[in-house]
Write a protein that binds this ligand. Structure first.
Ligand SMILES: [Fe+2]
Ligand SMILES: [Fe+2]
Length: 135
């Protein structure tokens, strides 16, 4: 299942964990709608959730990068590049025309985003959190 929060994503900084949980919650809402196979057109709803995901993602990444700056974290550029890549992917999804034919491609992108954010948290975010905790 996409965008499922797991305890091992917790980084022990409450505000960051809350933001990550919210990213999963929004992504999960988009996913739930995208897998619906009823006869209704959910295009507008999916699009509005994807835009919400885009806004919240940008907010979260800026928050993290400010925190990294504050602690002079040496991996900031690397994080910034990874963040930019993800924002591009979400932006491309927000521009996708979501109809029945494209349901599969939307789900594929959401799956990709879900995998990506999980491994970004487990590897890259874990790294900066460990580094700033030592400072
Ligand atoms: Fe990050
Ligand atoms: Fe993060």
């Amino acid at each position: 299942m996409a965008f499922k929060w797991k305890d091992r994503y917790s980084l022990d900084i409450a505000v960051i964990d809350e933001q990550h949980k919210k990213l999963f919650e929004i992504g999960n809402r988009a996913y739930d709608l995208a897998i619906l196979n009823d006869s209704y057109d959910h295009f507008d709803e999916i699009l509005s959730i994807v835009n919400e995901l885009l806004d919240y993602t940008k907010y979260h990444f800026e928050y993290e990068e400010e925190l990294m700056k504050k602690y002079n974290y040496e991996g900031l550029i690397h994080q910034h590049n990874e963040h930019a890549f993800y924002v591009d992917k979400v932006t491309s999804l927000s521009q996708e025309k979501i109809d029945a034919n494209q349901q599969k491609s939307v789900l594929d992108i959401l799956d990709f985003l879900s995998e990506w954010i999980s491994s970004h948290i487990l590897i890259s975010d874990r790294k900066y959190v460990d580094a700033i905790k030592q400072k």
